[in-house]
Design a protein around this ligand. Structure first.
Ligand code: TRP
Length: 331
């Protein structure tokens, strides 16, 4: 063991992220990844309990890989791979089942939410629950422990799962001796700070998102649709209540933000002008990554090669962990 912290996270392939995900999770993740030893994988096995269409999982998986590379993930440093390419993760998951109390799974927020819904609807508590969903946290613990992760950056909804991984590592170590490092969750910035087109938090469930790699014309269209109040161009406007200003502030430099603020406060700028400035800014930041994303999506062989290389590097570590676990458990 060294003092260098190992960062690890999984991204479920469920469709192209939006600007809120970019600001709140992806951008900080790439910064962290480029400064630490990092494993980032596409959590396709975790998608299986909901997505039953293999073509869709494959397509979404390519999208995540292309996205991470396009956003500047340094592949000399970070290991980028597909979860399902490392079969050791299922082995470890099964081994961990034997030290994981069933009651722990019963307490998982995601499972409990379904039980509550079923209870309210008067149907069987486990209606619609498959074992993939029920044991989701064990597979996630296997992901984390297989690569000896110390730091696991996740959204707030995944914090409990990382805590479970820590618990499970603790149970294992208690029985079999020090085998696993104890991981810690790192929770990203509140994405609620990034407003969507209607001013509420940008979220798929509100249907108010701007896709990260929207084409230039789509991006423009979306931005022009941002809801504003009915102030005239001459009137002074409150930047802190403006979706346009808030979105701008996530992409511009300090100085640009200050200038934009003054334009709001001073009056004399219409919302149309403000929206054009916002479009120009976001487009300037994202146009290169978008081009690279599109280039990679048109070159699946290149993505395959990147993922193959990642899998080879990940596999070396996974094999060592499994060997240690087998020795610990089976002698
Ligand atoms: N469950 C996570 C999500 O839905 C994805 C994930 C799978 C993950 N395995 C992981 C995240 C391991 C961190 C570590 O977002």
């Amino acid at each position: 063991m060294t003092d260098d912290k190992i960062v690890l996270t999984g991204i479920k392939p469920t469709g192209i992220p939006h600007l809120g995900n970019y600001v709140g999770a992806l951008k900080p993740l790439i910064e962290l990844a480029n400064n630490n030893k990092t494993y980032i994988f596409i959590a396709d096995l975790h998608a299986l309990n909901t997505i039953k269409d293999p073509k869709l999982i494959k397509q979404y998986s390519y999208e995540i890989a292309a996205l991470m590379v396009a956003l500047g993930l340094n592949l000399d440093n970070a290991v980028l791979f597909r979860q399902s390419d490392i079969t050791e993760v299922y082995q470890l998951s099964n081994f961990l089942m034997n030290v994981t109390p069933k009651g722990l799974m019963n307490r998982a927020h995601s499972y409990k939410a379904i039980v509550e819904k079923n209870t309210a609807a008067g149907v069987d508590v486990d209606s619609g629950v498959n074992m993939g969903l029920y044991t989701y946290p064990v597979l996630m613990a296997a992901d984390i422990l297989l690569y000896g992760a110390d730091i696991v950056p996740v959204g707030a909804d995944q914090k409990q799962h990382v805590e479970f991984a820590r618990d499970i590592a603790g149970y294992f170590n208690n029985i079999y001796g020090e085998t696993f490092r104890l991981p810690e969750p790192v929770i990203g910035k509140e994405t609620g700070l990034v407003p969507g087109l209607d001013g509420r938090k940008m979220s798929k469930s509100y249907d108010n998102t701007i896709p990260l790699f929207a084409s230039e014309s789509e991006l423009k269209k979306k931005i022009m649709r941002i809801i504003t109040d009915s102030k005239t161009p001459e009137e002074s406007k409150n930047p802190d209540e403006s979706t346009i200003f808030q979105l701008y502030s996530h992409f511009a430099s300090k100085q640009e933000i200050e200038q934009f603020r003054q334009m709001f406060v001073n009056g004399g700028m219409g919302y149309g002008t403000a929206k054009t400035m916002l479009f120009d800014k976001i487009n300037a930041v994202l146009s290169e990554p978008r081009k690279e994303y599109e280039r990679l999506m048109a070159n699946k062989a290149e993505l395959d090669a990147i993922l193959k290389d990642g899998a080879e590097r990940a596999k070396l570590v996974a094999e060592k962990t499994i060997a240690r676990v087998k020795k610990a458990m089976l002698g």
